[in-house]
Design a protein around this ligand. Structure first.
Ligand code: PLP
Length: 418
């Protein structure tokens, strides 16, 4: 698949007049279209809802766009719950899928009517202490071992800190029922960034079979099954993107084969996608400001790992386009670096690119999810602005860039001292 930026060089130059690089920019039209396709792919399920994983792109403007497309939010902290509430999400449009949860957060989640997803059996007691057992409650499952699709190992749930074992989760439902809960759901997140149409259908089959077991053993009929996140995007151009319609049909087939015959045909399917909803529809836009020829060829840009941590943290590939040179031959090999005093602050290593001149504008692709959000302030670097390319082609700022005032804001009387 050819990766084409959603802004041109001309557009970028115009935007930069108002908002200097580096910045993140999101494509509203594409975000909406993708959300609509997801809903269409699961339209066979009456109660379907996507709870967007706020941590992927925690910006109120983005949350409101997704709300207009019918999505709820999936939160894992007080701040994310608060943001969801401020954006107008109400019961049952908020999931609280946290782990190692402070009691105050259970209390607040319950107060605003979020559906609480328990990560552990001991959280029943914690929840009871915090706010009592709500009428609706969800439990997170971890089957352990390896998660494989046919013979390919996709991820390693046995090493993951999340969720309950099968005996624990069955015990948990029984206890929750005794303590007054009336509506139940199940949740599992077993593999991350899957570029395979088989992930959701395989996961669905596991959860659907467990739902039947729970009905038979504990006498509890689940109301919803949350397939969580994990549907991925092709960061590298050699991969084919997932086909959400094939995925939706795969889940539909498992639903008809397993849940319907067991009398569980009214179960609602929920998702908690983050990456799939946003990653391809965000760019990090940055300018080349230095070139360095030593043991390797370096291009220094004005963004750094503070703006996009995935390459430094995971060695993740992010495609790069040099605007205006989309069709030029990739006959140079560069390391594209940021300015942190960390040698892993590189957006690309040994990347074949067209010749880069100082002042060239680079688009780093697929930064719409887990991009800006993972930012930090190492080396006293500041977080960038976030912009939105609207459907009418105009561009608005949806978060301003940090200033040094923000950086010093948590120090007692910093400006008074100097
Ligand atoms: C991170 C996370 C998600 C979203 O994951 P993606 O890989 O962005 O789809 C969903 N649910 C939970 C509980 C998460 O922690």
């Amino acid at each position: 698949m050819i990766k084409k930026p959603f802004i041109t060089k001309d557009q970028a130059e115009k935007i930069i007049k108002d908002f200097p690089t580096p910045f993140h920019i999101y494509d509203e039209k594409a975000i909406r279209q993708n959300a609509r396709n997801l809903y269409k792919a699961f339209s066979w399920n009456k109660g379907f809802r996507e709870y967007f994983a706020v941590k992927a792109t925690p910006n109120p403007t983005i949350l409101k766009i997704l709300k207009e497309e019918g999505c709820g939010t999936d939160c894992s902290s007080y701040a994310e719950l608060l943001m969801s509430k401020k954006c107008g999400f109400v019961n049952p449009e908020i999931m609280f899928s946290s782990n190692d949860t402070p009691l105050e957060e259970f209390r607040y989640a319950n107060e605003i009517g979020a559906i609480i997803n328990l990560d552990d059996i001991t959280h029943i007691e914690a929840l009871e202490k915090a706010c009592g057992i709500p009428e609706t409650v969800c439990c997170r499952y971890n089957p352990g071992g390896k998660f494989a699709i046919s013979t390919t190992i996709m991820d390693n749930p046995g090493d993951a800190k999340y969720g309950m074992t099968k005996p624990q989760i069955i015990e948990a439902y029984k206890t929750l029922k005794e303590k007054g809960a009336k509506t139940f759901g199940i949740h599992a997140f077993l593999a991350s960034n899957t570029v395979s149409n088989e992930y959701y259908p395989t996961l669905a089959k596991i959860l659907f079979e467990l739902a039947v077991e729970i009905k038979n053993i504990a006498g509890i009929e689940l109301s919803f099954i949350n397939l969580s996140g994990g549907v991925g995007v092709p960061y590298t151009p050699d991969k084919e993107p997932n086909d959400i319609f094939v995925i939706g049909e795969g889940v539909h087939k498992a639903f008809d084969e397993i849940l319907v015959p067991a009398g569980l045909g009214n179960v609602s399917i929920f998702t908690e996608l983050g990456r799939y909803m946003l990653a391809p529809y965000g760019h990090l836009v940055t300018t080349a400001i230095h070139e360095k020829h030593t043991h390797k060829e370096y291009i220094g840009v004005d963004a750094c790992a503070v703006n996009l941590m995935r390459p430094a943290m995971y060695g993740a590939y992010h495609h790069i386009t040099v605007l205006g040179k989309e069709d030029a031959p990739c006959d140079h090999t560069y390391d594209i670096t940021g300015s942190l005093c960390e040698n892993n602050d590189k957006f690309a290593i040994d990347r074949k690119l067209p010749e880069i001149d100082m002042g060239d504008i680079l688009v780093i692709h697929d930064t719409g999810a887990h991009g800006f959000a993972m930012g930090y302030n190492y080396n006293g670097k500041l977080k960038s602005a976030e912009l939105l390319l609207r459907e009418d082609g105009s561009v608005i700022q949806i978060r301003r860039a940090e200033t040094v005032d923000d950086y010093f804001a948590t120090l007692n009387g910093f400006w008074d001292v100097i």
